[in-house]
Design a protein around this ligand. Structure first.
Ligand code: ADP
Length: 399
């Protein structure tokens, strides 16, 4: 097992609280997107109850080469290889009726014996839920495997995901982020997005659990068609709102520091730092200050620093101080929005205020800390955030 997995830089397990939320679709699009970005990717479908990756990628007739020592993955492109239980079943319509230990053994074999070679990313489509099978997948992959959890906006789905977040933490792995799928429906006539199931459940859960919200993918008839007909959505639809939403989700995954490069690995310390930035281009960032330093309580801020930075080159372009209006929950988000700010970096901020910012499409990073007791100024806060070295812990304000 180690022999195979040691050659993989990033292991990403795509999980969901239950079936049918689009886990396989998200796993496939992440794998394809990373491969189109030039990365060497392996997509492993260990969803023993419903292996759907062969259909999603039009590989249903693929033949797998197996010898005594290893299983050859099926190439989908130069950069993307695929392995699925679906390739090994004599009949794709046959349900898999195996007892637990047989399933575990099979999952173990797929994880250990597939000859991927060197990979930048292994994307694993995991069985849904929080039972024995996802548990085995995480344990066999090891503590450095990170989870992407897929949900839909409805309350019940969000509750399932809350369980998944706890489950991943209990097993000892970290959650890379939450994706809200089927978030609104794209009208096939005008392209307008209608929120039929409500919206924002995934983002609220991400805030509540301190997990990164990777983004939301609308319910798009083109995604259904691409899945049914087995063509690659991301390759055909490059400019649609859905393709752009998937590209946004890919960004932080592409920015994961290389664990085999010691300089980058130092930055990658999973605990104790703010998550890697998802922002690109020129961004205005607001930092709440008291006595000129990052304050731990947003509600006590005396001044706001508005720092403009180029997130591509990681340069600070300018910084100005503004005096905010008297604090009332709904006033600050509107004020900050008028300043053109897209990101707030705070020590602590109450849940309600975070939601109000998010409703204005302003991202909030909470739990930022001044690590050395002397405090750090706003440009330094933004600089460190861009470099991935901003100390961060729990939200220091939970009321
Ligand atoms: P899971 O792996 O969670 O069981 P799938 O990825 O197989 O779910 O998706 C279930 C169905 O929903 C498939 O028919 C798929 O094409 C469809 N689907 C998934 N995501 C979307 C989306 N964003 N828009 C439209 N249809 C989607």
């Amino acid at each position: 097992m180690n022999r195979t997995l040691r050659r993989v830089k990033h292991k990403i397990v795509v999980m969901s609280g239950k079936g049918g939320v689009g886990k396989s679709t998200v796993a496939t699009n992440i794998a394809v997107g990373l491969s189109l970005a030039g990365k060497k990717v392996g997509l492993l479908d260990v969803d023993v109850h419903g292996p759907s990756i062969p259909r999603l990628l039009s590989l249903r007739d693929a033949k797998v080469h197996i010898d005594a020592n290893h299983i050859e993955p099926v190439p989908w492109s130069e950069n993307l290889s695929v392995m699925s239980l679906g390739f090994l079943l004599p009949n794709p319509y046959q349900p898999v009726i195996w007892r637990g230990p047989v399933k575990q053994g099979f999952i173990q074999q797929l994880l250990a014996d597939v000859a991927w070679g060197d990979l930048d990313y292994m994307i694993v489509d995991c069985p849904p839920g929080t039972g024995d099978e996802p548990l085995s997948v995480l344990q066999m992959l090891g503590a450095d495997a990170k989870a992407v959890i897929v949900t839909t906006p409805q309350g019940v789905a969000v509750d399932d995901v809350r369980r998944s977040v706890t489950f991943v933490g209990d097993v000892g792995n970290s959650v890379l982020g939450i994706v809200e799928n089927m978030s609104g429906i794209v009208c096939s006539q005008c392209g307008h997005v209608e929120n039929i199931f409500g919206k924002g459940g995934g983002m609220r859960l991400a805030q509540e659990t301190g997990v990164r919200f990777l983004g939301e993918i609308p319910l798009d008839p083109e995604v259904v068609r691409s899945g049914d007909e087995g063509y690659c959505f991301l390759k055909v639809q490059t400019d649609s709102p859905t393709a752009k939403a998937i590209q946004k989700i890919l960004k932080p995954i592409l920015l994961l520091p290389d664990p085999q490069d010691p300089a980058q690995a130092a930055v990658a310390a999973p605990a104790g730092f703010a998550p890697a930035p998802a922002e690109t281009g020129i961004v205005k960032v607001a930092v709440p200050l008291a006595k000129g330093q990052l304050t731990q309580h947003f509600g006590h801020c005396e001044q706001l620093a508005v720092v403009t930075a180029n997130f591509d080159t990681k340069e600070i372009l300018s910084s100005e101080l503004v005096t905010p209006p008297p604090h009332e929950p709904s006033v600050m988000p509107a004020f900050v929005e008028r300043l053109g700010v897209r990101l707030v970096i705070a020590g602590g901020m109450g849940q309600k205020a975070q939601t109000l910012f998010n409703e204005k499409n302003i991202t909030v990073i909470c739990g930022a800390r001044s690590d050395n007791g002397t405090g750090i100024g706003p440009s330094e806060v933004v600089s460190r955030y861009m470099q991935g070295t901003l100390p961060a812990g729990a939200n220091t304000c939970d009321h």
